[in-house]
Design a protein around this ligand. Structure first.
Ligand SMILES: NC(=O)c1ccc[n+]([C@@H]2O[C@H](COP(=O)([O-])OP(=O)(O)OC[C@H]3O[C@@H](n4cnc5c(N)ncnc54)[C@H](OP(=O)(O)O)[C@@H]3O)[C@@H](O)[C@H]2O)c1
Length: 285
C-alpha cells in the first residue's frame, strides 16, 4: 500500500515512517513542500504521490503557544485539516486524521471518554481548533477515520519523557510533578503498530480512540520513566495550581478505546509495557 503522511517529519510522523515502511511504501511530506494551509499545495502532493491512504499528522501542537497564536492554531488545526480532508475526498483517497484527547472538557464523566461521548473542544485554543478540524473533516470527507491520541511520546521528542530525563540529571534534589491531571501516556511506537492494523480496515470511519491502556498522572508517568531507566531522582507530587500554564490542562482526559473492542481489534498495550518497550526499541534523544 502507498501511504502519504502530512507533517511526516514531526514526532509521530517519524515513528510512523520507520514502522510502516517495513511493509508499505511511505511517502513523507511536510512543510513547506506540502503545506496544509494551502489547499492547492496539498492537493498537488496527493495527485503526485497517488497514495492509497493519507495519514494526516501535521498540526500546531504547542499547546501553550496556541493560546497566543490563535489564528495560526486555527489555520493549521482546523482549516488545514479541512484542506487535507477536501483533497482526500476529491482524489478518492482514504484519510486517517490524527486528533487529541484535548477535545474533551477535562471534567470526569465517571468513565474514560468514549468515542460517542460529546466533545466540546475543551478549554484550550489547541483543543478547540482540533475539535473544529474534526468537524470539518467529517463534513468534507465522510469516510475519514479520526484517531484521537493523548500524552504522546516518541523518538527524538519533544515529549514529557525527554523533559523528565533531562530534568532528572542529578542536578536537582527534588522534582515536583503534577499529580492531579489524569490521562493515558501513549507511545508513538504503539500507535504506529496499531496504524498497520487500521489501514487494513478501510471500512472503519468516524472517531477512533487510540491510546495506551491504563490511567496515570504526570507524577506516575515521571516515576515510571525514572524507574525503568534506573534514575534515582526524588519526585514529589504537586498540584496543577502550583504550575499554572497559559493553556489550562484538562484534569481528566482518559480515553476508552471502545471502537477497537467493538470491531474485535487487538487492544493497545498498557502504558507501562509500552514505555518499557520504547526504551528497549525506540528511544532517541
Ligand atoms: N504530541 C502530543 O502529545 C499529542 C497528543 C495528542 C495528539 N497529538 C496529535 O498528533 C499529531 C502529531 O503530533 P506530533 O507530536 O508528531 O507533532 P509535531 O512533532 O509538532 O509534528 C507536526 C508536524 O507538522 C508540521 N507542520 C507545521 N506546519 C505545517 C504546515 N503548514 N503544513 C504541513 N506540515 C506542517 C511540523 O513542521 P515544523 O516542525 O516545521 O513546524 C511538524 O513536522 C498532531 O495532529 C497532534 O495534534 C499529539
Amino acid at each position: 500500500m502507498k501511504i502519504m503522511l502530512t507533517g511526516g517529519r514531526g514526532m509521530l510522523g517519524r515513528t510512523l515512517t520507520s514502522v510502516l515502511k517495513t511493509s508499505h511504501e511511505v511517502l513523507v511530506t511536510d512543510y513547506p513542500e506540502a503545506d496544509i494551509t494551502d489547499y492547492f499545495s496539498i492537493s498537488k502532493a496527493i495527485s503526485c504521490c497517488r497514495p492509497d491512504v493519507v495519514i494526516h499528522c501535521a498540526a500546531k501542537t504547542q499547546v501553550d503557544l496556541c493560546e497566543t497564536e490563535v489564528v495560526s492554531a486555527y489555520n493549521l488545526n482546523a482549516y488545514g485539516a479541512a484542506n487535507v480532508a477536501r483533497a482526500c475526498f476529491e482524489h478518492s483517497v482514504k484519510l486517517i486524521a490524527i486528533s487529541t484527547d484535548y477535545v474533551f472538557s477535562g471534567e470526569n464523566p465517571g468513565h474514560a471518554w468514549r468515542e460517542d461521548d460529546i466533545a466540546t473542544g475543551g478549554n484550550t485554543v489547541y483543543g478547540q481548533s482540533k475539535f473544529l478540524g474534526e468537524k470539518m473533516i467529517m463534513g468534507l470527507c465522510p469516510d475519514a477515520l479520526i484517531c484521537r491520541l493523548a500524552w504522546l511520546y516518541g523518538a527524538g521528542g519533544p515529549s514529557f519523557v525527554h523533559s523528565i530525563l533531562k530534568l532528572a540529571d542529578g542536578s536537582r534534589p527534588q522534582l515536583k510533578v503534577v499529580n492531579d491531571q489524569i490521562g493515558n501516556p501513549t507511545s508513538c511506537l504503539a500507535v504506529a503498530k496499531h496504524m498497520r492494523i487500521l489501514i487494513e480496515h478501510p471500512e472503519l470511519k468516524g472517531i477512533c480512540h487510540l491510546t495506551c491502556e491504563g490511567e496515570a498522572s504526570w507524577y506516575d508517568f515521571a516515576r515510571e520513566i525514572c524507574r525503568i531507566n534506573g534514575v534515582n531522582q526524588d519526585i514529589v507530587p504537586c498540584s496543577t495550581a502550583e504550575f499554572p500554564r497559559p493553556a489550562p490542562r484538562p484534569a481528566f482526559s482518559c480515553l476508552d478505546n471502545a471502537l477497537l473492542r467493538e470491531h474485535d481489534l487487538p487492544p493497545m498495550p498498557h502504558w507501562k509495557k509500552a514505555l518499557e518497550n520504547f526504551f528497549i526499541r525506540g528511544f532517541v534523544w
